[in-house]
Design a protein around this ligand. Structure first.
Ligand code: GDP
Length: 508
């Protein structure tokens, strides 16, 4: 069985994702000092000028991959940007993982972005381990938090650990299976390895009662239910003070699924298949601003990749030799010699690889289930210098390939429309248009509010088009899109045209 565990952390900003990431990497021996994740992030950001926005806002627009090993298990942690404005990148990263850790703040519970990301996980039945963070501070009652997760997300919850008091009366975190309590020590009140039996501690009666209730009030942990995405084991802890971190690593090692089969046009592709297949879930440009380099991130689905191997991208159909693939060990990027199902490799290229592409040795498979998501914000692009139309088109095509934006070319009129899922992507767009393509452009309100990909017979599409030309556009791939003024508009047209599918996602 595979020793790979490929996962992401989903959370609302400030819940503690960065801190937890550091601690996971520390446990995995991947970094030596806490704080290095952010420090390295800043150094990397300083190098790249289109990422100025990241610096100004102090956030990370781009996701990265961190690989570490512990006890024979290789963990691939895919970072998802934690800011409120998030892009399709975030969604797509979740298409490349087999499981996720959901971090929630003990005082705040489920917050909007956690819920959004959770919905994406649910769409793909990605199993979730819940980490309730910051129990070293005052928080809500444990039962309240558990109920909230159960009700808001319609999941069965199973507490695996229990905080012994919180805030000022915090005495540690108990493992419910063993009765052992991880204890705070020293001035910093961190967990440094001290463990006591609950029976040897002086604990307030109400905490003992809680623990007793916890023992009877929840179902047993059922690994199948968890792997189906129906049940979440819940761990309590403090990333800052190191409580619960080891439990999480052990939970991922023990419960989280190894690389899953992926659906394709040939049925599901099993990770045990011997020839190499994978898909691109993210493309990142300009790690080095001097070059038009891009790194395409490929999730390996099957086979063993070796350096120099020839793979054929489904997009271009022309084989490429992958001579300098990149593996992402947390300390530094390293050149990969081999990679297996579940691993991520970075493939440098000049725009031949696109998000959604399948890569395969035999050029026979096409993975499905890598959707584009209907944009939530649409804007008209206003070109300041009309002689630059060609450059603008090239730029919009490129940036939509990277997944920075989506682009829609209306059937009538010449004003192109861009769509994004988060406001921040618009800032990135304008800044990159100027910096990389020397195109000065502005954005103005679009008459449309949302977009739907249309599917149906050629006839049905044509008769719809005859009446609705002013609302039709083509996307980057030439597929037909219905531009709607409101979601009401979508429902209305859907009702009147039952032979057509109005899809909020598009699979490539
Ligand atoms: P992110 O936005 O989710 O990446 O959150 P960060 O990891 O940057 O944490 C946000 C803030 O919460 C920082 O000030 C952290 O020091 C703090 N924090 C993170 N984990 C804990 C915790 O377990 N206990 C306490 N008291 N603070 C924490």
């Amino acid at each position: 069985m595979s020793n790979r565990r490929t996962f992401a952390i989903i959370s609302h900003p400030d819940a503690g994702k960065t801190t937890l990431t550091e601690k996971l990497l520390l446990q995995g021996g991947a970094i030596h000092l806490a704080g290095e994740v952010k420090a390295r992030g800043q150094a990397r950001r300083a190098r790249s000028d289109w990422m100025k926005i990241e610096q100004q806002r102090g956030i990370s627009v781009t996701s990265s991959v961190m690989t570490f090993q512990k006890d024979g298990i290789v963990f691939n942690l895919l970072d998802t940007p934690g800011h409120e404005d998030f892009s399709e990148d975030t969604y797509r990263t979740l298409t490349a993982v087999d499981s996720a850790i959901m971090v929630i703040d003990a005082a705040k519970g489920i917050e909007p972005q956690t819920r959004k990301l959770f919905e994406v996980c649910r769409l793909r039945s990605v199993p979730i381990i819940t980490f309730v963070n910051k129990v070293d501070r005052e928080g809500r009652s444990v039962f309240e938090t558990l109920d909230e997760v159960a009700d808001a997300l319609a999941l069965d919850v199973v507490p695996m650990s229990w905080p012994i008091g919180m805030g000022g009366i915090f005495q540690g975190v108990m493992n419910l299976a063993t009765g052992k309590v991880s204890r705070p020590e020293g001035d910093s009140r961190e967990f440094l390895g001290k463990v006591d039996d609950l029976s040897d501690m002086t604990v307030p009666d109400e905490v003992l009662e809680e623990i007793e209730l916890a023992g009877v009030g929840y179902p047993e942990f059922d690994i199948e239910a968890y792997r189906n995405g129906d049940m979440t084991p819940v761990y309590f802890g403090s990333a800052l003070k190191n409580f619960g971190v080891i439990d999480l690593i052990e939970a991922i090692a023990e419960f989280a699924p190894p690389p899953r089969p992926q659906s394709s046009n040939q049925g599901t592709i099993d990770p045990a298949r011997t020839d190499v297949t994978g898909f691109i879930f993210k493309v990142q440009a300009n790690m080095d601003p001097q070059h038009r380099d891009r790194i395409a991130f490929m999730r390996m689905v099957s086979g063993t990749f070796t350096r120099g191997m020839k793979l054929t991208p489904s997009g271009s159909g022309k084989p490429i030799a992958v001579h300098s693939p990149i593996l992402f060990f947390a300390q530094d990027r390293e050149i990969a010699d081999t990679a297996e199902a579940g691993d991520i490799i970075g493939i440098p290229n000049h725009g031949t690889l696109r998000v959604g592409d399948t890569l395969s040795e035999r050029n026979d498979v096409r993975f499905t289930g890598l959707p584009n998501f209907a944009p939530e914000i649409l804007r008209r692009v206003q070109l300041k210098d009309p002689t630059k139309t060609k450059q603008l088109r090239k730029a919009l095509d490129d940036l939509s390939e990277e997944g920075v934006i989506q682009v829609f070319y209306p059937e009538i009129g010449s004003q192109w429309i861009v769509g994004v899922v988060g406001q921040l992507q618009l800032d990135v767009l304008i800044s990159r248009l100027e910096a990389e393509y020397k195109v000065a452009a502005g954005l103005e309100a679009s008459p449309f509010d949302t977009a739907r990909w249309l599917k149906g017979s050629a006839e049905a599409l044509k008769s719809f088009a005859d009446f609705n030309m002013a609302n039709l556009a083509k996307d980057r791939d030439g597929d037909m899109v219905f531009m709607a003024r409101s979601s009401w508009d979508v429902s209305y047209q859907q009702e009147r045209n039952p032979e057509l599918v109005f899809s909020a996602t598009k699979e490539r």
